[in-house]
Design a protein around this ligand. Structure first.
Ligand SMILES: Cc1cc2nc3c(=O)[nH]c(=O)nc-3n(C[C@H](O)[C@H](O)[C@H](O)COP(=O)(O)O)c2cc1C
Length: 238
């Protein structure tokens, strides 16, 4: 099994510890590739729209983005982590997700994403962990991923791992251990089931792309949908 991890912070703090606890259960059977933000995607999207209108390889940050994309497309399991910063995912995570706007379903989603599974791990001191997870889930679901499990923790007292009570550490470890146990039992030779909501989004976009293609058959996104056979009878899920 291949796992690609996108860490929303470079800090080896609580988020890092929680991610390590989760991965430790899977290490013996998984090949793990990790990225740390902002190091592995250090620049903001500047809104040039070259990825949307023309070609993602012409993005000024294509070297970073295509490295991340390759690892994500090759993975059986995607893992995203982030502490809550002012009720949301870290700015570094948001900056990375912005770069993948061209992979949202109304544009040019990757067919591989429709059969993929993902885990999101977030934590916060008291509030904001769930909305941080939602920031990430919004992108993953619009990339076409249906199987997304989010685990969000509230530390409540301390934000330094060494100062967190043993009881709290045991609770978080047990939850992540159970989650990893369930992952271990998945047969990764079979793609995840594409859910109804994802299919409805796909069909709505297909209708939109069909209309856009009638107006302009050279439109970048339409040509991509046509080339994949999605305007015809082929679907990105099995
Ligand atoms: C800039 C910043 C903003 C934060 N905002 C929130 C917040 O809105 N809600 C919250 O409960 N904790 C917040 N925290 C605490 C973090 O979510 C987290 O618990 C803490 O930074 C420890 O995580 P780490 O060791 O992985 O960095 C914030 C921390 C920082 C540095």
């Amino acid at each position: 099994m291949k796992i690609t991890v996108i860490n929303g912070t470079e800090k080896h703090g609580v988020t890092y510890k929680l991610k390590e606890i989760f991965l430790d259960e899977l290490r013996t059977q998984a090949e793990i590739t990790e990225f740390y933000l902002p190091k592995d995607c250090p620049n903001f999207c500047v809104g040039c729209t070259v990825c949307f209108m023309d070609d993602e390889h012409k993005c000024k940050d294509a070297a970073y983005i295509q490295r991340l994309e390759k690892a994500m497309l090759e993975a059986d399991l995607l893992v995203f982590t982030s502490p809550a910063y002012v009720f949301h995912a870290t700015g570094a995570m948001k900056a990375m997700l912005d770069h993948f706007g061209y992979r949202w379903m109304p544009h040019r989603p990757a067919k591989e994403m429709f059969g993929k599974r993902a885990v999101i791990i977030t934590q916060c001191l008291g509030a904001g962990g769930k909305s941080a997870a939602k920031d990430i889930k919004d992108s993953l679901s619009w990339w076409g991923v249906s199987s997304i499990k989010a685990f969000s923790f509230k530390l409540m007292s301390e934000i330094q791992w060494d100062k967190i009570t043993e009881k709290k550490k045991r609770q978080m470890t047990a939850k992540l251990g159970n989650a990893a146990g369930r992952i271990k039992r998945i047969d990764f030779t079979r793609p995840a089931r594409t859910g109804l909501i994802t299919k409805l989004k796909f069909y709505a976009v297909r209708m939109m792309q069909t209309g856009l293609g009638k107006d302009n058959p050279e439109y970048t996104d339409y040509k991509y949908w046509k080339k994949n056979g999605w305007i015809d009878n082929i679907r990105p899920w099995k």
